[in-house]
Design a protein around this ligand. Sequence first.
Ligand code: SF4
Length: 698
Amino acid sequence: SSDQHQTDEPVTTICPYCGVGCGIQVQQGDDPGDVQFMPWGDAPVNEGRICIKGGAATEVVDHEDRLTDPLIKDDSGEFREATWDECYEFIVDELERIRAAYGPDAVGFFGSSKTMNEENYLLQKIARRYGTNNVDNCTRMCHASTVWALRTSLGAGAMTNSMADLRAETDVFWIQGANPGEQHPIANSQYFRQAVLDGATVIQVDPHANKTTRSFQIDETDRHMHLQLNPGTDVPLLNIVLKTVLENDWIDDEFIAERTEGFEHLRETLAEFDKAAAAEECGVPLADIELAAEKYATAENAAIFTGMGMSQHRCGVDNVQNEINLALITGNLGRPGTGVNPLRGQNNVQGTCDVGAMPNVLPGYQLVDDDEARERVEEEWGFDIPDEPGLTNVEISHEFGDGIRGLYVMGENPIMSEPDANRVAERMEELEFMVVQDIFPTETAEYADVILPATTWAERGGTVTNTDRRVQRMRGVERVHENTKHDLEILSEVGTRLFGAAGFDFDTPEAVFEELRQVCPSYHGMTYDLLGEEGLHWPCYELGDEGDPYLYEEDFDTESGLGHIEGVSHTPPAETPDEDYPLILTTGRLEEHYNTGTMSRRSSTLNRQTPENFVDVHPADAERYGIEDGQAVTLTSRRGEITVEAKVTDDTKEGVVWTTPHFAAASANKLTNDVLDDRAKIPEYKAAAAEIEVALES
Ligand code: SF4
């Protein structure tokens, strides 16, 4: 196809790791496995710069662990090589059997934020043609609550602004529960840092000091601030900020009157709110929070950045709503340099949601239970779509062996990415049938009945959508292993065989994109040609639209056209410290690793930096427990235990321990709590009760 490598020239593509969407080049030598990284000096987002992950991304393409042939698990539980044909038949037979026995809602489909728009589009179309809306992706774990709050209160579940306008115009960056210094290194260095060099102020709200703190030397100047709050106290902290803004009349009356609704509700919610008591609960001096409020509210342009420290709580929607409240009452929306901006995790987590790989929405966030929207898509697709929202991925996982009998996993690793991982593993044993389509034998693949070997990001073409809604093309070099297939080829074959119908057989990613744009209004004005090398920011409704670098200049995309303010009250984490588990465990990621580590742990450059998990322990806690820096400790919660090295550091607060989910043997998710936010169904990864002790063997 036109997306494949035809010459010895390097191809321009997009980094497979984070949502910043940096452009890179990939060069293939005479040996197909010789795939090298090259910078792309004109890349639109990063202008040639990359972080350690982007530079090491090609290391996994020809890694010795690559899955190179399809595998079927035989009766003894061992995997044996199989032909593609055999696998397809097995998959079709099993999916048909399960549907006949239990109905279509007995199967779940997991899309992947690591795969492209076209692939996720086709996967969700297969799920819906099969007869279920049980299709989801890992956005559920990272920003489901953010998307919920932004969509209902402003209109679109995405960054309101773009990195470029923020760099040029922002005076105050309010970064809460996000760590761009570590997780979005190029956004941090190329955009935010540039603004800071030009005089912008950073206010970081995070229980943990990290590379963001250090990159701006936040703790060492009077200009910037780090509010190091207790995990799970974001609502009270923002309520202090909001009440301070109201008390000092730092509100934007005109904006509130003309562009918002619900202001009175916020006023009422805060009327009896006790700032001093709340500051105590947050563990931050009241005067510091008031000063931060003043810096934000009196700035000409202030922008909020929000990350998983906000979203991954059972009150995740409330957390983000309170950020929206702050932006709306101060008029910090609808113009350059402002907004509420989620920093999205994976390179295509935005796009995977945009194209409808979610249980409640079709492509373009059209609700499955909106009859008019659904019927429009049905007309295009030529079949009926179930009209009730399906289950989210954690709900699907909770139903393994009960309501859910079969699972199709494309490029995800739920056994490590979901909370309370030990229970996920137990339940996964109960599935009657599971397909895993991936590039490596993941921890999840061990439980599969069929493993389909896919090609990597560097070997295929398609589009991905980055954190500021920029849709960009990826281009591939030749396949490294002959018997692997592109995700799109696999899905085309599965869909065509399963339904014996047209509508699933696509030769190229471009052909899928052409269909996608017919059913996804915000992508309708894009074509592969128009995307070119620069990409386009959605919304792009008609051919020729330039795309919007910032949203809501005139109206919000809500029914009333107004931005929705709603006061929220504190919901503490589901588990708080007690006698048995007296510490609060919180989690975060590292710059050199990526989520469940399927790729990053196999990259020698990345793995060298941090080969094993560890836990940050405050010096006062270390003394109390007799823990020395570097010693092995056992960290336990009600759900499991891991043994890791202790790092004694005041990066964390007293009473709070901090660890990561990246490492299979000692993943934080063996400990995390799978309680969900009621509305967005995101798990509470960021707060659990825990205990620590010196490990027996040390
Ligand atoms: Fe890749 Fe993100 Fe690093 Fe850019 S900042 S090179 S997109 S991991």
